[in-house]
Design a protein. Structure first.
Length: 201
């Protein structure tokens, strides 16, 4: 994250629908790790959506476990549309808090099992999203690689002037972030993800 983006986040007003803590500054991506949690702690993730343009939404993923945000990576989704104007494969999911579970069937699961081997325990599945099915967290680089799902990356291009948006080093980000989430789920912990719209008033 560059200095101007960090300054913007520090000064942004809080969304009216919920109270959120101030975003922690990002320093060195290489040193970022998932927050350590106690055995009896549940994991809380948060996506802050910061730029919705014609074809894509840029965001930032945090581990919010314990009430303090820790930067994980950048995110890319489809663009915003009201639910009544949803276009299949071209609309991001509504803001809100959703439960994550492991999905161990389907094409993504089979491909990721082959690609990632023993690291893969199942797809990260965002559950019970109104008017959406099979919303996953996975790798990809542009809006063309998602149909409502959340793409992860270690770099991000501004999505104004770029129709599809762009996150880079997606596999690296996924391989760093996925294991701790999957481990928490396998241990029977609750994992939730909250999508917060900072790009709309």
């Amino acid at each position: 994250m560059n200095k101007s983006t960090s300054s913007w986040l520090d000064g942004v007003s809080k969304p009216s629908q919920r109270s959120v803590s101030q975003a922690a500054p990002v320093t060195d991506l290489a040193s970022v790790r998932l927050a350590a949690t106690h055995d009896d702690s549940n994991m809380k993730l948060e996506v802050l959506r910061i730029s919705s343009q014609k074809d894509s939404t840029n965001g930032i993923l945090f581990d919010a476990t314990g009430g303090q945000r820790k930067f994980l990576c950048y995110t890319l989704e489809d663009e915003f549309r009201p639910l009544e104007q949803k276009v299949m494969g071209e609309t991001r999911i509504p803001s809100g808090t959703y439960k994550i579970t492991l999905r161990t069937t389907g094409g993504f699961h089979g491909r990721y099992e082959k690609k990632y081997g023993q690291m893969h325990k199942g797809m990260l599945w965002v559950r019970d999203v109104p008017n959406f099915e099979y919303i996953l967290i996975h790798t990809g680089n542009t809006d063309e690689h998602t149909a409502g799902c959340l793409l992860l990356g270690d770099s991000q291009q501004a999505n104004f002037g770029s129709s599809n948006g762009m996150v880079g080093s997606s596999v690296n980000a996924y391989k760093r972030i996925y294991p701790a989430i999957a481990k928490a789920l396998e241990e029977g912990k609750s994992v939730s993800i909250t999508y917060t719209n900072f790009d709309t008033i």
